[in-house]
Design a protein around this ligand. Structure first.
Ligand code: PEP
Ligand code: MG
Length: 324
């Protein structure tokens, strides 16, 4: 099997009926671990910057961050690299910046932390911008957005970082800026978001957690946590339709994109790109190469009509078995 998958990796991510489905990779570790994937992906769909922060003993300096980000951007250039600003809080703590809360997933997380500490965010933004000089493939992604004010404040800080660099003689084109769609409330503000940003990236992990009110890491309720819950699939399908109407390029970077059956459903919905951990790429590519887009759309329609997660999973298992 591994030989077959190895072979699959060098083939285009294309369905038998000729639909090209861009696949991207999620990163966070040192670039050496993923740079070899460049020829097999359409870029980095999610670079989780908190990973190197978590492995440090203090906030990395602007210079250290610049080096780190430059390595990522350069290794994948000219392909786009989506760099997410620091997404700590929830389950992700920095040893040198402890956050102690009763409800961390509903508390001080992601953009909420960095907007309260603009000095931390500014260093990161300046490092990202500086790292992109001469490469032009930086996209900045804002995590845990739950209001338009947060987007506007973050955009102002990005502008300010750019102005500061310009004063130092570093001239840059404005990078693409996007928001994570992972708090359910954003589903009802897509028009206002679309007017302010260049792209959306769907965090299906948190969107599932918040739509279903199920802690994504609590084993007691783990059986309730599934991105194939009909409500989550309905929300994703709505989002795909709306982002097309708004002409906002939208990708999915949560775990669902790395699940072959999930990837087929997302392709059927029409998402622009699917971004996943490196080990999932070959399995997803194999599924895409086996299933025509028309069949993926049919699978989606059948699935959206089912009332329970169990029924969805059973149906997906059956159809995936037929395509083996
Ligand atoms: C998500 O929430 O789906 C996501 C991609 O971000 P993270 O898993 O890092 O919260
Ligand atoms: Mg998330």
């Amino acid at each position: 099997l591994s030989e077959v998958l190895e072979h699959e990796q060098d083939r285009p991510s294309e369905t038998p009926d000729g639909h090209h489905q861009p696949l991207m990779v999620n990163t966070g570790l040192a670039v050496e671990a993923v740079a070899s994937l460049k020829s097999r992906v359409s870029g980095v769909g999610l670079y989780r910057t908190e990973v190197p922060f978590m492995m440090n003993e203090r906030f990395p300096s602007e210079q250290e961050q610049t080096r780190l980000y430059h390595d990522q951007l350069e290794s994948f250039a000219p392909l786009p690299v989506v760099m997410r600003t620091l997404d700590i809080g929830g389950d992700k703590d920095l040893p040198y910046f402890p956050i102690d809360e009763a409800n961390p997933f509903l508390g001080w997380r992601g953009i909420r932390v960095t907007l309260d500490h603009p000095e931390v965010l500014m260093v990161q933004l300046r490092a990202m911008l500086r790292a992109s000089v001469g490469l032009d493939n930086l996209c900045i992604l804002l995590p845990m957005i739950s209001s338009i004010e947060e987007v506007e404040t973050a955009l102002k800080l990005i502008d300010r970082a750019q102005r500061e660099l310009a004063e130092e003689g570093v001239q840059l084109a404005r990078p693409q800026v996007g928001v994570m769609i992972e708090v359910p409330g954003t589903l009802y503000q897509l028009d206002a978001l679309a007017a302010r940003v260049d792209f959306f990236s769907v965090g299906s992990n948190d969107l599932t957690q918040y739509l279903l009110a199920v802690d994504r890491n609590n084993p007691r309720v783990a059986s309730l946590y599934d991105a194939c819950h009909p409500a989550v699939l309905g929300a994703l399908s709505y989002l795909a339709t709306e982002s097309r109407r708004l002409q906002v390029p939208t990708s999915v970077c949560g775990e669902l994109a790395g699940d072959p059956a999930g990837a087929l459903l997302l392709m059927g919905m029409g998402f622009e790109a699917l971004s996943m951990n490196a080990p999932s790429l070959s399995r997803v590519r194999a599924a895409i190469r086996r299933v025509p887009l028309t069949d993926a759309r049919k699978l989606l329609d059948e699935t959206l009509a089912l009332p329970t997660t169990a029924a969805v999973r059973a149906h997906l298992r059956q159809r995936m078995g037929e395509w083996k």
